[in-house]
Design a protein. Sequence first.
Lengths: 126, 277
Amino acid sequence: MRDRTLWTWHIGAGVVILVLLGLHMAIMHLDATLGIFGTEGAEPVEWESVVTRAQSLFFTVTYVLLLGAALYHGFYGLRNILLELNPGAGLRRTINVGLSLAGLALFAFGTWAALAAPGAATMAGG
Amino acid sequence: MADTSPRQVTFHVRRYEPGVDREPHWEDHRIDVLPGMTVLDGLWKVKELSAPSLAWRSSCRMGICGSCGMLINGRPRLACNTQIAELASDVVAVGPLPNFGIIKDLVPDLRPMFEMHRDLMPYLIRDDAQEQDDPTGEYWQTPHELEHYLQFSYCIKCGCCMAACPTVATDPQYAGPMPLGQAHRYNSDTRDAGFGQRREVLSGGSGPWRCHFAGECSQVCPKGVDPAKAIQLMKRELVSDLLRLRRRRPPAALAEEPHGTRREDIVPAPPRTATEA
């Protein structure tokens, strides 16, 4: 894929991270502050809250999207750092393929974890 | 009255002759410096008095030709455009521009820069092949359209921006600020229709994607050009094109021949005061 396309995805992933990480911060860490808007609920790290989120389609989709965006953004950055070490053509290809495979493997594992979470929560008595 | 007496300054000059020297070395030359002397004047004096084989490039002596780019006291500058007094030091360290090979002493090998410059087609490209090969006239352009690229056209290709760029220092594939800035200059010209051709080069690994936006290129440019801005604008244009958001426009049309009647009351030009030899 050409560098222009990769870079555009990199910027797009950055925007997705900004939005979804903002959402994550708001839900997980700013619950007390957001209480002033009358949105007080259960403690976000309590088991019931975790299970509720794990069983919610919205949160599952959000987790997978955030995972994909963060992995792409991070691995693209790592690729740039490695390519600036001026590797030869063969090593350059190895870096591209290696990072793509590593990113895909981590994405597959993370997606599996997000999809398996509702079942695991039910089995654990959630 | 201003002090016009000479003062002693040491020129700390980097010397290297491939095939003769194993590696570059430094030489010191003390010279008398008068107010108003530039680094280029100082180099001429060094060459005249103590180092006749010292080599560098220079031509116009007025910051126009872009030949005398050098690393002067740690910063890429034009030797002809740098007063020794403005350096405020008794030592003037002069070396060849970094990020280039060395042909001899202070002469950098600028070929990679100009080859990339050529690859990015720094000239007007028309969509009509016949008009491209045999232009029939001038093309319309408003002053407002000219403003879009005017500052980038002040580039004199001295290579100072390339010498200051941290990405050029580490990534030989990266085109660098001068060729990219000039590609943007022509892409922004309303008379040009070459965006599609330049895009083929710019979308790849030598395009603007590796720019870290350190901004050093714009800091050191002796002509006040802002290549870092050109590179960011170019990224925006290329991404807009990828997302099909770029507004396509035909290149500016040929300007019509002047029409109407000639005014009769124009005062004639005065007679020539010089005769041709």
